[in-house]
Design a protein around this ligand. Structure first.
Ligand SMILES: Nc1ncnc2c1ncn2[C@@H]1O[C@H](COP(=O)(O)OP(=O)(O)OP(=O)(O)O)[C@@H](O)[C@H]1O
Length: 305
């Protein structure tokens, strides 16, 4: 069974620690969402998993050993991001030929049909594609290579809504057709959320949470209503954000301990709703209390930064 393991993995770049003490085990055929804000360390973690970077501390292992400098790991892993470039001289058709030579499970017929569907002419050069087209081609290549470990870094960046929707379906169909461990990283993964079996959240270079996606989502609730009623219902709970929606009205996001239930008295006029996975992780990794409203309020009141 495929297993990707980070054990106290650390990556420093000239004094800057991008990732620290990351211990995370991803196991089996599933789609995992690796989420985090800008600069959290997602790409660094993905590149460590791909064996593109050498950890400066700890270990990253798959296929029976450390992935860095492992030919076995390279042959069984594919990493693609919007920054992935192919040799300038190759056309898209030429890249498909090379991928078919490199990856034994590569489904060339499907890759070609998907390229036709997404209007990616095989005579075009990769470098002349638009950002969205390049990412679409990279995602098609990454999925049809059918590698046991498939690492997709921000795969839907730059795509329009229709293409995002279609490629989300491709991702699901590909997983059903050829189950494998697919790790999808990003910070804007709307549409993909329902495909994740597990989520791992990185914040400021550290692992914050690794949990089943459904259990994770269930723990976050948005409670809105009259400010005093919201305050009473959320007393003693972990409040992640609180904002005034209208004068006297409040909207609060809370995180509950696993296995606990929320007591919201009926008749208090409270609305309790679940959060999307995206909203939940944003609330969890939120910056300053009060959000952007606070910046404007402080600026208006001339509070020193
Ligand atoms: N080659 C490098 N040299 C110096 N610092 C780096 C290098 N690569 C990444 N970093 C730093 O490491 C941190 C994590 O970067 P990383 O690209 O992994 O984040 P990310 O979560 O993928 O961010 P984003 O969502 O913005 O792409 C950032 O502070 C970044 O500036």
């Amino acid at each position: 069974m495929i297993q990707l393991e980070f054990e106290k993995a650390e990556k420093r770049f000239q004094g800057k620690t991008a990732l620290r003490d990351l211990t995370l085990s991803l196991e089996g055929e599933k789609i995992v969402g690796l989420l985090g804000r800008n600069g959290a360390g997602k790409t660094t973690a993905m590149k460590l998993a791909a064996g593109f970077l050498k950890p400066t501390g700890g270990d990253v292992r798959a296929f029976g050993g450390p992935v860095f400098n492992s030919l076995l790991a390279s042959a069984n892993t594919i990493y693609l991001s919007e920054d992935t470039r192919f040799p300038y001289t190759l056309t898209l058709g030429g890249i498909i030929d090379e991928l078919a030579r490199a990856y034994p499970n590569f489904d060339r017929g499907l890759a070609t049909r998907l390229m036709d569907y997404f209007t990616l002419p095989s005579f075009m050069k990769h470098a002349s594609l638009s950002k969205g087209m390049r990412n679409t081609f990279n995602l098609i290549a990454g999925l049809t290579a059918r590698c046991p470990l498939t690492l997709l870094d921000e795969p839907l960046n730059g795509m329009d809504a229709a293409v995002r929707k279609d490629l989300t379906s491709v991702l699901l169909k590909e997983f059903i057709e050829a189950p494998r461990l697919i790790v999808v990283s990003g910070h804007q993964l709307q549409g993909l959320e329902d495909l994740f079996e597990e989520v791992a959240i990185i914040d400021k270079g550290r692992l914050l949470i690794h949990e089943e996606a459904d259990a994770f989502k269930e723990r976050f609730k948005r409670i809105s209503g009259k400010a005093d009623a919201v305050g009473a219902a959320t007393e003693g709970l972990r409040v992640l954000s609180r904002r005034q929606s209208l004068p006297g009205m409040e909207e609060t996001v809370i995180e509950m301990e696993p296995g606990t239930a929320l007591f919201a008295p009926s008749g208090a006029g409270l609305t309790v709703s679940s959060l999307s996975l995206n909203d939940a992780y944003i609330a969890l990794t939120g910056g300053m209390e009060g959000g952007i409203d606070r910046v404007y309020a402080d600026t208006a009141r001339k509070v020193k930064p």
